[in-house]
Design a protein around this ligand. Structure first.
Ligand SMILES: [Zn+2]
Ligand SMILES: [Zn+2]
Length: 315
């Protein structure tokens, strides 16, 4: 089969199309034929060298963890699926994919925080075992495969994974009855916006870089949108509009500047959910201490004990 491989060199080098062996579904796995695959912001961060996650990946590898496909072959021990089913795949890997006894995290359903994940390199699109969506076929464990309802198009279904990230971010931040700011209106920020509305946010402020993102945020129901490209200064304007700041801020960008903005626009005893990814940054933490803020990390979409479902399942 054809696969797009990446050898670790930052763009514009590093990628090449190659013939590789078509995977054979092992026990408890299905082989999926790719229909659509999304390009994640984290993929872009890795291949441009901005995000040093590549240090933790075995190469060459095939990217792609936002996938829609058709089941092509079924391994032993798989029930409830048939060849031809249209599916999305939760790419986060845990002990179950490695055939190990579940670790403490996996036992609690927190498979995206699995202690043994390093052995697998994080799951679909990040390792050499399962492959990734930028190939004709890839492997998926039966516990991570979801049939797509007929009313959902391929183009909508391919956003299941980023929506799951948005939903988990909202379970972490709990936006119900709060004034909420979302910094960044890319794929993830816009999913956080929609999940925050469903979960009962009181008022939602969105800070965007580009005009097209601002328009989308308005269409998707943000109460107040501030856009750098329109010449606005989102952090200042959100602070002025709210007086003392918002109760909860999502940083859906992940940079020194956006985390600094999050600290500045969140009111005393407020909370920040840091959804973006970054390594080193220079931040002034004085107001973080002065205001007694809290900050939470987000990694994938582990089980939400409040509803006993995974965000991927909800998405
Ligand atoms: Zn992603
Ligand atoms: Zn585990």
């Amino acid at each position: 089969m054809k696969a797009l491989l990446w050898d670790g060199k930052p763009l514009p080098e590093g990628f090449y199309l190659d013939d590789v062996e078509k995977p054979v579904p092992k026990k408890d796995c299905v082989l999926v034929k790719t229909k659509l695959c999304g390009i994640c912001g984290s993929d872009m961060g890795i291949i441009t060298g901005k995000m040093a996650l590549a240090d933790f990946m075995a190469k060459p590898l095939t990217f792609g963890h936002e996938v829609v496909g058709i089941i092509d072959e079924i391994g032993n021990g798989v029930e409830g699926f048939k060849v031809g089913d249209r599916v999305v795949v939760d790419g986060a890997a845990g002990c179950v994919e490695l055939g190990l006894e579940p670790c403490d995290m996996c036992r609690l359903g927190r498979y995206s925080l699995c202690y043994n994940q390093a052995m697998l390199g994080g799951g679909l699109g990040y390792n050499q075992v399962n492959g990734g969506g930028f190939a004709e076929y890839f492997l998926a464990h039966k516990s991570k495969v979801y049939k797509i309802p007929n009313i959902v198009s391929d183009e909508d279904a391919v956003l299941t994974e980023p929506l799951a990230v948005g939903i988990h971010s909202c379970f972490v931040g709990n936006p119900a009855s709060k004034k909420v700011a979302i910094i960044g209106a890319g794929a993830i920020g816009l999913q956080i916006l929609q999940a925050s509305k469903v979960m009962g946010a009181l008022e939602i402020f969105v800070s965007t870089e580009f005009e097209y993102q601002a328009k989308l945020a308005e269409e998707l129901g943000a109460d107040n949108v501030y856009c750098l490209e329109r010449g606005e200064t989102p952090a200042t304007e959100i602070t002025m509009a709210t007086g003392k700041g918002v109760d909860l801020t999502y940083d859906a960008v992940g940079s020194a500047q956006t985390l600094q903005d999050a600290i500045n626009i969140t009111k005393p005893r407020g909370e920040i959910v840091f959804v973006g990814l970054m390594r080193e940054a220079k931040i002034d933490f004085l107001m973080f201490s002065v205001k007694e803020l809290k900050i939470y990390g987000v990694n994938g979409y582990p089980l939400e004990p409040q509803v006993a479902r995974t965000p991927f399942d909800i998405a």
